[in-house]
Design a protein. Structure first.
Length: 390
């Protein structure tokens, strides 16, 4: 039996992971499940899968969790430190699916205990890519990407040499507003931005898809994970969301990964790697699909892509600034403080306020330094929001 932990078990990625684990429970010894406010789901899954411990990130929900686990024998804990401690428990395979910068410290704790880290928390690489990859090297930990695009790139590169790669193309659905006239975007509502045409995801990532900030993060993630020159990374709009990524080689060939819009494929690939096993996902009927469409993204509609390039060019810990500003701007939009299009303005203002040559940004990349930059960038982004809201 393989020992497995799932960080962010109650989210979309976590639930899809548990769905696959629950189909063959005899193959897995579940060490730890972590979640946030959905105590009922966390406790239900921990009991069903006989986890050693269930942890809520919410300090105030410990007694609720204990009550929900009552008599099951599953231990309970609460708080950010407890989540990191759970991540540090020895496991052969850990899913890192906590949303946002909050997933960085637990992911680092999981890396330090070895095994395999299935990485769905893209913020880890955006905020601290070199630190994450070096920590993995030091502890002999294998990182397997779980974002559908990066899993696709990883699979397309099997048996290939990076020296032969000329470019990497990641696809984007375009989100909820891909067909809207530009002048209407300023009027986009929260409900409209929270509805994705292809994927069933949480609210935050769905809005990030509409703004293309999710794709901007994935561009930076591609740069950090695959050590690709930013100029060699392209984004193309593909409304069907079935071609997840393409790798272009120096002989002109393109290797494409094609599959259904179902995250269980990328999760299952990471869970069973290096083997491929049966997965309960749709088998594509290409004749019925008929066509795949592609178009160049309009950066007037999606300025996040330009901001990602500027972030990579700046280097240092500017990725942490970018992510913190993005998360804070999203909070502001959800709270009704700024409009949909003003999210990009807030991120740009925050990036502009941090000089890449300044001491803080150029400091040695440590977890403490990244978290300090994260704190300062969130404050700057909140100031930018208040300036617009006021």
């Amino acid at each position: 039996m393989r020992r497995v932990s799932v960080l962010g078990a109650t989210g979309s990625i976590g639930q899809n992971t548990l769905d696959l684990i629950a189909r063959a429970p005899e193959d897995y010894d579940v060490v730890a499940l972590t979640g946030a406010s959905n105590i009922a789901q966390l406790a239900k899954d921990a009991i069903a899968l006989k986890a050693d411990i269930a942890v809520t990130a919410d300090d105030h929900r410990l007694e609720d969790l204990r009550a929900a686990l009552g008599g099951s024998g599953v231990a309970a804990a609460a708080g950010a430190a407890a989540v990191a401690e759970a991540a540090a428990r020895p496991a052969d395979w850990t899913m890192s699916a906590i949303v946002g910068a909050a997933g960085l410290a637990p992911g680092m704790a999981a890396l330090a205990q070895g095994g395999t880290l299935a990485l769905a928390n893209k913020e880890s690489l955006v905020c601290a890519g070199p630190l994450v990859m070096e920590t993995a090297r030091q502890h002999g930990t294998r990182i397997l990407p779980v974002d559908s695009e990066h899993s696709a790139i990883f699979q397309a590169l099997i048996g290939e040499e990076m020296a032969a790669v000329e470019r990497i193309i990641i696809t984007a659905s375009g989100g909820a507003f891909r067909d809207w006239p530009l002048e209407r975007l300023a009027e986009a509502t929260l409900d409209q931005a929270s509805s994705h045409p292809n994927w069933d995801m949480g609210q935050r990532i769905t809005i990030d898809s509409a703004s293309m900030f999710n794709k901007a993060m994935e561009v930076i993630e591609t740069h950090e994970f695959f050590v690709v020159d930013p100029l060699g990374i392209e984004v193309i709009v593909h409304p069907q969301s079935m071609v997840h990524a393409l790798v272009g080689f120096k002989d002109g060939a393109l290797m494409a990964h094609v599959g259904p819009a179902d995250m269980r494929h990328a999760i299952g690939f990471a869970l069973h790697h290096p083997d491929r096993q049966h997965l309960p996902v749709e088998r594509l009927d290409l004749a019925a699909i008929g066509r795949f469409d592609f178009s160049t993204p309009d950066e007037r509609r999606w300025p996040a892509l330009r901001l990602a390039r500027e972030t990579m060019q700046a280097g240092g810990m500017m990725g942490a600034v970018f992510n913190a500003a993005k998360e804070t701007a999203l909070d502001g939009f959800i709270a009704g403080q700024i409009t949909f299009v003003q999210m990009a303005d807030v991120v740009e203002d925050t990036l502009t306020g941090f000089d890449a040559s300044a001491g803080l940004i150029a400091d040695t990349m440590t977890l403490d330094n990244v978290l300090q930059i994260d704190h300062l960038a969130r404050k700057a982004a909140r100031d930018a929001i208040h300036k617009r809201a006021g």
